[in-house]
Structure formats: C-alpha cells, structure tokens
Write a protein that binds this ligand. Structure first.
Ligand SMILES: Cc1cc2nc3c(=O)[nH]c(=O)nc-3n(C[C@H](O)[C@H](O)[C@H](O)COP(=O)(O)OP(=O)(O)OC[C@H]3O[C@@H](n4cnc5c(N)ncnc54)[C@H](O)[C@@H]3O)c2cc1C
Length: 413
C-alpha cells in the first residue's frame, strides 16, 4: 500500500503534522506508525497530567531564548509559527488555553486529555490511519518512493516521509536515521535537579528562596530565579534551567561539580559585606540569628550562621571579622558538592538528535534525502521547562506539514 505521507511516531509532533498536512488538502493518504501500544503518551503525562502546551511569550526572538539547543534556528522558525499561533490553532479546534502567572499555558480544562481528544478527533475527521505496535526499523528511498520496514515484518511505502519519533536516551534508536545519511548528535539528558549526597541542607527540605543565583564553579554557567532545597539536594526553576544550559558540560564531568549559590540573588560580595557591617554598627544590640537578611527564610539564615560559626547568642555588635567574612562567603557563594542528578518530576528532554545543519529550515526537509522531513524532539533542539518543548514540536510540525506537498495535493483555490 502506498501512502502520500508516512509519519513515524504517534506523539505530539507526529499528530500535529499529520493533521496539518491533511488540512492542506483532504483525501491525502496519511498514516501514522507508532512503536508502542499507546498514542500521545507524553502528552498524557505532560505537565503533571495538565499538559503545558506552550508559553505566553508571543515574540519570536524572546521565545527562541528559551532553547539551549536550536536558539538561532528557532528565532527564524518562530517567525512562521510561534506560541500565539499555537493558541489560535487550538482555539480553532475548540480548545481554549489559559495562562498561569509564570507564563505557562494549559488547556482551560486543566487536563491533557483535552489535547489528546482534540488530536484524535481531528485525525479521525481527516481520515488519518493510525497503527500502534508498529516500530519503524529502517527506511530507504528507491526512485521517488520511500520503503519503510517495520520490526513486525510489515512494509509500507510513501512519497513523503516525516520522522517525528521523539528523543531517545539510547543512540541505537537513531540507527536508521544515520543509515539514511544523517548526523545524529549523541543524545544526553536535559532538565534535571542536582544531588548533594552530603545532605548538609536536607533538614531544610521544602525551603525555597525566590530569587537566588546558581552558578557552576569554574564555568560561566549561571541561572537566576527560585531555588528549592530538597531532601536529595537542589531543585527549583533556576536549577532546572541551569541543567538545560549546562547539559553537555555536566554530562562531560559526569555530574560531579560544585554548585555555588548566591542566596541574595544579585548582590556582590562587597555590597553584602557593607550591609553586614552596617548591621554591626547600627543594630548592634540585635542577635545575628534572630534577624535574617535579604528576606531569607529563618531556617536557611540559621543554617548559614551555623556554617559561618556564628555563636547562637551573638549580637551584631560582637560579630568578629572572621565570622562576618564567613557569613558573606556563605551568602554569596554557598558551595554544594554535587554528585549526580535526579529527573525533575519525571520530566526530561533529550539534548542531541538530528543535526539542524542538515535540515532546510524553511521546510524541515532533509538536505540529504529529499522527501524526508523531521519534526519535534528527534531534532537537536530542546528547551527549558514551561511549554517550550511542545512549542518546538508544534512549530517544526507546522512548517513540515506546509512543505509536504505531494503532487496534486495543493489546496485548490
Ligand atoms: C514526563 C514528561 C512531562 C513533560 N511535560 C511537558 C510539558 O508540560 N510541556 C512541554 O512543553 N514539554 C513537556 N515534556 C517534553 C515533551 O513531552 C516532549 O518534548 C514532546 O513530547 C516531544 O514531542 P515529539 O512528538 O517530538 O516526541 P514524542 O512525544 O516522544 O513522540 C514520539 C513518538 O514516536 C514513537 N516512536 C519512537 N521511535 C519510533 C519508531 N522507530 N517507530 C515508530 N514510532 C516510534 C514513540 O513511541 C513516541 O510515541 C515532558 C516530557 C516528559 C517526559
């Protein structure tokens, strides 16, 4: 059976692309081949079952700044289809998205099932065939036709082939793409939290600082925002964002590094020292322990005082220079010996994948194999948390769908 389009992968990008391609002209023969028994499984579990569909950043350039891999390319791609287009796309199909205070956008139902229902309904309406338990194991192009071999022994052929097989931790999963001549940048994880086996701060589990800066010692990697102390180490948006930007470096050092936290957010060592000296001078009769500075939670402030060897009853006026300097140090450069990582709420993305240099960005078509297209996380693109990873899937799927033009399939005007 020959199809106009075979889509490999029944996930976010695969469904979006198949539906959008079908909308270009009805009656195209489109099939989605899905390896597992479940469709849209990541959409289902995404955002804690709520599906963080996109982010309320409606300008291509600022939106692209949330992508450690693909930033330059996505600045261009978002000019074609960006977050506001996603909102419209879903709205046109009866799904309203709402924005939370931090910019994340969810279906108003607060359930990923709404997104799944939308895709399933649209796919059915467009007559898209879907096969589960059908893993593509190889593909070759003979003349103008792709021959797609599946692990269950079935073979399918098509004029166009869209690879939307997502990200995979195992390099082997990309074997058949390499066989087609593509370069695959080794997949490694992104979006994780930091493990601190010393657990010196573990008794502060649950304590959060809204504006701190986390740095990776001896590098330029730094990220600012909320930091959460957990029973295993450090988490929170600033840590997870840092894990994305430093994903390759942290993999190289096997997740053994020193994280330095500036609990004041932006203050320099000098300005913190000046502030502490002022306390010493102006509020000398007050106990150091009882008066946290920089809006730090009391328990964290006490912990930093303990580390600085400030005696419990000491007054600001009595604070010796040595302890004051130690306190400054722990306030602006609090060190954590990180050993390993933990996945953030099971949410992760793959850093690595098909090299974007080998993709024609105006069409998402392979520069190596005409007629082969890519969309979603299979590409070497990944974003921060917050809806950015789905957004790159929708954008690439949209662009591919509009470029996949089977002869005679153009919309008649
Ligand atoms: C727990 C979790 C929560 C997340 N939450 C969010 C969120 O709220 N917001 C956000 O933006 N991002 C989130 N992400 C990331 C987001 O889910 C992915 O970036 C997105 O699903 C990528 O879409 P995709 O279609 O490229 O890949 P996928 O959704 O992974 O789909 C690929 C599909 O291809 C199939 N497949 C693979 N190989 C083959 C093959 N050889 N043959 C046939 N089929 C194959 C897979 O089984 C899969 O169904 C989350 C990720 C996880 C793990």
């Amino acid at each position: 059976m020959t199809y106009d389009l075979i889509v490999v992968g029944g996930g976010a990008a695969g469904f979006f692309a198949a539906i959008e391609t079908a909308s270009q002209k009805p009656k195209q023969k489109i099939i989605i081949l899905e390896k597992s028994t479940k469709l849209l499984s990541k959409v289902r579990i995404s955002g804690g079952g709520r599906c963080n569909v996109t982010h309320h950043t409606f300008e291509p350039s600022p939106l692209s700044k949330h992508y450690p891999r693909g930033q330059k390319e996505f600045k261009q791609l978002f000019r074609v289809f960006q977050a506001s287009d996603t909102v419209t796309w879903f709205e046109q199909r009866g799904v309203e998205l709402v924005t939370e205070a931090d910019g994340r956008m969810f279906p108003i139902s607060d359930s990923s099932q709404t997104i799944i229902d939308c895709f399933m309904k649209e796919a059915e309406k467009s007559g898209i065939e879907i096969l589960t338990s059908t893993e593509v194991s190889s593909a070759e192009k003979v003349n103008d036709t792709f021959s797609v071999q599946c692990r269950n022994g079935k073979k399918y052929s098509s004029r166009k082939l869209l690879n939307a097989m997502g990200g995979h931790p195992q390099p082997d999963a990309y074997g058949w793409i390499k066989s087609l001549g593509h370069t695959v940048i080794s997949p490694i994880p992104s979006l994780f939290t930091f493990n601190d086996p010393a657990k010196e701060f573990a008794d502060l589990m649950g304590v959060a600082v809204q504006d701190a800066e986390v740095k990776i010692a001896a590098t330029k990697f730094a990220s600012r925002g909320p930091v959460l102390i957990t029973h295993w180490g450090l988490s929170g948006p600033a840590v997870i964002r840092l894990s994305a930007w430093a994903a390759q470096y942290l993999h190289e050092v096997q997740y053994q590094f020193v994280a330095l936290i500036n609990w004041t957010g932006s203050l320099t060592e000098e300005s913190v020292r000046t502030l502490l000296k002022e306390k010493n001078r102006l509020e000398g009769a007050k106990k150091v322990y009882s008066h946290p500075l920089f809006h730090l939670p009391q328990r964290l402030w006490e912990k930093l005082c303990v580390k600085a060897e400030v005696p419990l009853q000491m007054l600001w006026a009595e604070l010796p220079a040595k302890q004051l300097n130690r306190l400054v140090e722990f306030l602006v450069r609090c060190p954590f010996q990180i050993r390993g990582k933990t996945t953030f709420k099971e949410e992760f993305v793959t850093c690595g994948g098909v090299d974007l240099k080998e993709i024609e960005l105006t069409t998402m078509e392979s520069k190596k194999v005409p007629g082969l297209y890519f969309a979603g996380e299979v590409l070497n693109v990944d974003g921060e948390t917050g809806g950015f990873n789905f957004q790159s899937a929708w954008t690439t799927a949209y662009i591919a769908a509009h470029a996949i033009k089977v002869p005679g399939s153009e919309k008649s005007s």
